[in-house]
Design a protein around this ligand. Structure first.
Ligand code: HEM
Length: 234
């Protein structure tokens, strides 16, 4: 009995050591949702709750999507493998926020009046199409994010999941497009950050960064391994 308990505690400690980072990042990414639900439940979403939900779910979806896109560049720049473990869950959580953003738009803003949505929103506000396309791209990525789909799709899994960059570009376009002229500074910052994240992935830039990093950390034999690692992660 005592031995069994000891073994279980040992297992738990082992699990925690291996997964604490994943849990910390995942829970942190879900905190804005909990906060939104809490305020919704207590009627504390301000004078225009639909607008609050729209702005917060949209912004958090974008930020979490960016964090998932930043994992590989962070690995290339600093060599921290741990960040790769959260890439997929961050992508999934971004999808959940984006889906809630759409549900709020369709249900709370337009009461599922699809004719009104078509005439009042889709046809008159083209930024809606950019957002819709971004979400459309994120949907198969979320569905195929499981290990089973990874195995089934083989090499095509990586190809499919590279579409996440297109989703990122469309989401930034959506954000930029819907902003009034005086509010463009923030979406422009997102556009610059996205450009930098994409730049790190350009093969010559990536190779140069890995070489610099290896030189700085003076891990001589590691260069080929690191280059290999950089090749296998997208
Ligand atoms: C079918 C999909 C989508 C629809 C219908 C939609 C709709 C909207 C609408 C109506 C607005 C508010 C515009 C305004 O206040 O004038 C908005 C803003 C926004 N959306 Fe979307 N969106 C979609 C997808 C996305 C996706 C996939 C993302 C990010 C990954 C996103 C991020 C944002 C952001 C950051 C804002 C700005 C929020 C703010 O002003 O504070 N949207 N969206």
């Amino acid at each position: 009995m005592k031995e069994q308990l000891h073994r279980n505690v040992h297992k738990l400690i082992h699990y925690w050591r291996a997964h604490w980072f994943w849990w910390a990042v995942t829970l942190a990414a879900l905190t804005p949702l909990a906060w939104l639900l809490w305020r919704g439940w207590h009627g504390a979403l301000g004078v225009d709750p639909v607008n609050t939900i729209n702005n917060e779910t949209g912004r958090v979806a974008l930020i979490v999507l960016f964090l998932s896109l930043a994992c590989t560049p962070l690995h290339i720049l600093f060599g921290v493998r741990q960040v790769l473990s959260v890439r997929k869950s961050l992508g999934l959580i971004a999808f959940v926020y984006a889906a809630l953003h759409l549900a709020n738009f369709l249900g709370l803003d337009y009461a599922f009046d699809f004719e009104l949505i078509l005439h009042d929103a889709v046809l008159t506000m083209p930024y809606i199409l950019a957002g819709g396309l971004a979400l459309l791209i994120l949907t198969p990525l979320a569905i195929t994010s499981t290990r089973g789909w990874m195995r089934r799709l083989g090499r095509n899994w990586k190809r499919l999941h590279q579409l996440v960059y297109a989703a990122g570009v469309l989401a930034v376009l959506h954000f930029l497009w819907q902003a009034k002229a005086a509010e463009r500074a923030e979406p422009l910052i997102y556009a610059v950050v996205l450009a930098l994240l994409l730049l790190v992935r350009v093969p010559p830039v990536r190779r140069w960064l890995v070489t610099q990093r290896t030189r700085l950390t003076r891990r001589k034999p590691a260069i080929s391994r690191v280059l290999n690692e950089a090749k296998t992660t997208h």
